[in-house]
Ligand binder design. Structure first.
Ligand code: BJW
Length: 242
């Protein structure tokens, strides 16, 4: 029997790999084809905004046909069951896709710490808006009417991730921390497992292979997310049945 109340789940690109969205650092990953300095930094965007818009316009288009799999669905089930038992659940995703939402995860417990592909932001007036279509250097902000300031609502290297206060609050009181489909290369997310462990949480890694921080996890299952996430969720819910 597991005694736990607060669960924090961290997901990364690996959970969306089987939905056809590429990962970043695997063989054939996005950063093996394109230099991240050009596509995922404010300086790269300043140097060549058309190139960066093209990259994000293509990924926004690919999202139109991407569908969640059993791994995303299992996390949505876990949230419903766990919250239904009066416990606390936080899903922190580094992914900018909307597959957790499509699978039924509630936005109330979901934090997109690296932003969202289906939102854009005006660098002039800071307004964030939902947007599914391509943008360009000529796009006009529907809030302040300025042209040339629209950018993807994503967090690039050197920028501050979103929702950090909420994430830190969840991690200070966490009983079970689960890391799914992330390589553990990018901070601050790569440090969450160690933080959770320091707070006395049980730490779990669900990934295709051991990540950079495999040593901070008490338990691990390795395999495709569509198989190991439902497997772990089923086992966890039956172990902790009230
Ligand atoms: C499967 C699978 C299957 C495959 N099933 N698994 C020196 C030391 C330490 C830190 C720094 C440093 N110099 C600079 C920093 C900070 C920097 C950083 O971490 N750099 C490192 C590279 C060293 N970080 C930042 O700049 C961040 N900001 C910051 O730190 O601000 C300061 C601050 C923090 C907190 C409070 C106050 C201030 C910002 C980071 C922004 C990252 N942005 C990107 C792009 C987002 C938009 C977009 O999508 O285009 O985010 S980069 C990219 O990497 C993307 C991802 O979210 C992120 C993480 O990648 P992820 O998800 O782990 O993917 P992969 O590909 O690496 O791994 C996939 C895994 O899945 C693998 O393990 C596979 O095995 C597995 N897998 N198929 C299960 N089917």
């Amino acid at each position: 029997m597991v005694t736990a109340r607060n669960i924090v789940i961290l997901t990364g690109a690996g959970i969306s790999a089987e939905s056809g969205l590429g990962t970043f650092r695997d063989k054939d990953g996005i950063w093996t084809k394109y230099p991240l300095e050009d596509l995922a930094t404010p300086e790269g965007f300043q140097r060549n905004p058309q190139f960066v818009h093209g990259f994000y316009n293509d990924r926004r288009e690919a999202l139109k046909t991407a569908r969640p799999h059993a791994g995303h669905e299992a996390l949505a089930t876990l949230e419903k069951e766990w919250c239904g038992r009066g416990n606390t659940f936080t899903l922190v995703t580094q992914n900018v896709d909307n597959l957790h939402e499509q699978a039924g995860s509630s936005s109330e417990h979901l934090i997109h710490m690296h932003g969202e592909l289906l939102k854009i932001r005006c660098a002039s007036c800071s307004v964030v808006m939902e947007h599914a279509d391509p943008i360009s250097t000529e796009s006009i902000c529907s809030s302040c009417d300025e042209a040339g300031y629209m950018r993807p609502h994503v967090v690039w290297f050197g920028e501050i991730p979103l929702g950090m206060d909420e994430i830190e609050a969840a991690l200070t009181d966490v009983d079970v921390f689960v890391s799914v489909g992330t390589s553990g290369n990018v901070y601050p997310a790569a440090g969450f497992g160690q933080m959770a462990r320091t707070m006395g949480a049980r730490t779990v890694e669900l990934n295709l292979e051991p990540s950079e921080n495999a040593y901070v996890f008490d338990e691990a299952l390795y395999g495709p997310a569509s198989e190991i996430v439902p497997q772990w969720v089923d086992a966890f819910l039956s172990r902790s049945a009230d």
